[in-house]
Design a protein around this ligand. Structure first.
Ligand SMILES: Cc1cc2nc3c(=O)[nH]c(=O)nc-3n(C[C@H](O)[C@H](O)[C@H](O)COP(=O)(O)OP(=O)(O)OC[C@H]3O[C@@H](n4cnc5c(N)ncnc54)[C@H](O)[C@@H]3O)c2cc1C
Length: 378
């Protein structure tokens, strides 16, 4: 491949850069099997929207296996509410197809316009509706995987964890059968709150309502940048009718769309302020005030899926020491260093020794030729 074109495949959305030996674009499973069988080191790439360098090739030794041409949707079963897709299908394209039948894939990362189903499975993507729908793996029935010998296998419920969330270190996900949900009537409310204590209390109450499908948090700084005033803001989404006695204003139609696009605008607004390091720690709601307070004290803007305790503190590139300090705090709070983006290259240094041992064992068992995504996760 032309050297200038290869450069596009030598980085992901984190901005982390590597060097590729080559880039290949299989069009079907047979081609994936042949390429894998004849290649020593492979990095799988979906939409390249990852934020931890997971699909970035290393040292000029890796061949990038780009699955974007494997984008067929088939095997739709309206009765069982399932669909079979190739790994390169982009989430928004799948939603467009399913919308005609009143169905959807309910996990919605903010990168829905670029992320592929294969990438979402490999990172076990979460998203703004996690409070109701959980992670991608909750909605996968089976995956077809190509192993390091170039052999194709179907992996069902008992083996999904070897591939969902393993960030491409165990094999290539080439196809999947996804479970679907009906499109719901949704409304949203913008809530502004003065104190952190009020935020936590409000979220605790909202979580008791089974119809709440999204609680997104913006700290005072982020709210101000979004022109919401210097207060804490929450975008809350619910499905169906509101509860009796709830006198919040719930908007639908164009106003609802405006709130959702406000949520999607946060990333670009912060990137425009050179806040390019995008972290995703996860902590229990009862401890999240400590994480938010730390961010405020350090001048680190933070927003996130507070309903499931996943936060996005954003740092400048010269604030790596602050990132390490935050990771120590997250561990002290009993949290996880990554709630949704994964480990890739950029978070490897923060993985606990015990977790690493478990991951190494899975890697040895599934990728005995040590071929996939070397230097990532472990
Ligand atoms: C603006 C923005 C917002 C985001 N919001 C969210 C969010 O709300 N929730 C969330 O969870 N994530 C979010 N992300 C992160 C990212 O979009 C997700 O991790 C997404 O699932 C990655 O999909 P992808 O197709 O782009 O994968 P890539 O970036 O191409 O790859 C990600 C990892 O998966 C592996 N991989 C990709 N395809 C396959 C395959 N077929 N088989 C095996 N391994 C594979 C790669 O090797 C790599 O390790 C966001 C990113 C951006 C830029």
């Amino acid at each position: 491949m032309n050297k200038n074109l290869i450069k596009v495949y030598e980085r992901d959305a984190s901005g982390f850069e590597g060097r590729a030996l080559d880039v290949v674009f299989p069009r079907n499973v047979v081609e994936v099997c042949r390429i894998v069988a004849n290649t020593k080191r492979i990095v799988v790439r979906g939409g390249g929207s990852g934020l931890v360098g997971g699909c970035v090739p290393q040292n000029g030794l890796d061949v990038v296996l780009d699955l974007s041409k494997m984008d067929k949707i088939y095997g739709f079963d309206n009765e069982r509410k399932t669909v079979e897709v190739e790994a390169g299908v982009i989430l928004d394209e799948l939603q467009g197809y399913l919308g005609r039948f009143g169905l959807e894939f309910p996990v919605k990362p903010s990168s829905h316009a670029i992320a592929t189903i294969g990438g979402m499975i490999a990172t076990d993507a979460v998203g703004s509706r996690a409070i109701k729908y959980g992670k991608t793996s909750n909605w996968v029935k089976w995956v077809d995987v190509v192993d390091c010998y170039g052999e194709l296998y179907r992996k069902g419920i008992t083996e999904l964890s070897d591939y969902c969330g393993m960030e491409g270190i165990t094999g290539v996900v080439v196809r999947a059968c996804l479970k679907l949900s009906s499109v719901k009537k949704r409304s949203a409310s913008l809530v502004r709150v003065e104190s952190l204590e009020e935020v936590i209390g409000l979220v605790r109450n909202l979580k008791m309502d089974a119809n709440i499908s999204m609680i997104e948090f913006f700290d005072k700084q982020v709210s101000e940048w979004l022109e919401l005033g210097k207060v804490y803001s929450l975008i809350v989404e619910r499905e169906g009718e509101s509860l009796e006695g709830d006198n919040r204003e719930w908007v639908v139609g164009a106003e609802y769309d405006r709130l959702m696009s406000l949520r999607d605008r946060v990333g670009p607004v912060l990137s425009g302020k050179e806040l390019l390091i995008y972290e995703d720690p996860k902590v229990l709601l009862d401890r999240s005030d400590k994480l938010i307070a730390w961010c405020e004290a350090k001048g680190v803007p933070v927003f996130g899926h507070i309903g499931v305790g996943i936060f996005h503190p954003r740092f400048r590139k010269d604030q790596k020491e602050l990132v390490s300090e935050m990771m120590k705090l997250v561990k002290r709070l009993g949290g996880q260093i990554s709630g949704e983006h994964g480990i890739g290259v950029l978070k490897k240094e923060f993985v606990d020794a015990n977790d690493k041992k478990i991951l190494i064992n899975v890697k040895k068992r599934t990728d005995s030729l040590n071929k996939f995504n070397l230097g990532k996760v472990i």
